[in-house]
Design a protein. Structure first.
Length: 133
């Protein structure tokens, strides 16, 4: 058992995780986030969309596995990280295709590497960033 535990730890520890990018939800509403390398979810119709939940009034680390956020942003089509913000009810009630076809996301937030660094790797979801009054 000890040998098996050491083997698992060794395999897991070989992966690199970049968790510098944080999203702060300052609203009293839960959301889903999709980090994407383009501003259209239609660009890769067969790609599985990873929905990251973020609860109201919390901070969430956005994990990037086996690469850095810098590399991800530099290789993006528009050289930005694009965060699609979706309402929880939308995800629960509509199919992936319906969400994409009808653009059922609340907002797309796009940031360049220099903007992310200037914000100290923290993206804030508040009434201003989401266009609420």
């Amino acid at each position: 058992i000890i040998l098996l535990s050491l083997l698992v730890f060794t395999l897991v520890s070989c992966d690199y995780w970049d968790d510098r990018l944080k999203v702060v939800n300052k609203l009293d509403q839960d959301f889903y986030l999709i980090a994407y390398d383009t501003t259209s979810l239609n660009d890769y119709p067969n790609k599985v969309l990873t929905l990251d939940p973020i609860s109201a009034d919390t901070l969430k680390s956005m994990l990037q596995m086996n690469t850095t956020w810098e590399n991800t942003i530099r290789s993006a089509r528009n050289k930005k990280i694009n965060l699609f913000i979706l309402d929880v009810d939308t995800v629960n009630h509509y199919s992936r295709d319906n969400i994409i076809k009808n653009k059922r996301y609340l907002r797309i937030l796009s940031y360049s590497l220099s903007e992310i660094k200037r914000m100290d790797w923290k993206i804030v979801l508040d009434s201003n960033s989401l266009g609420y009054k």
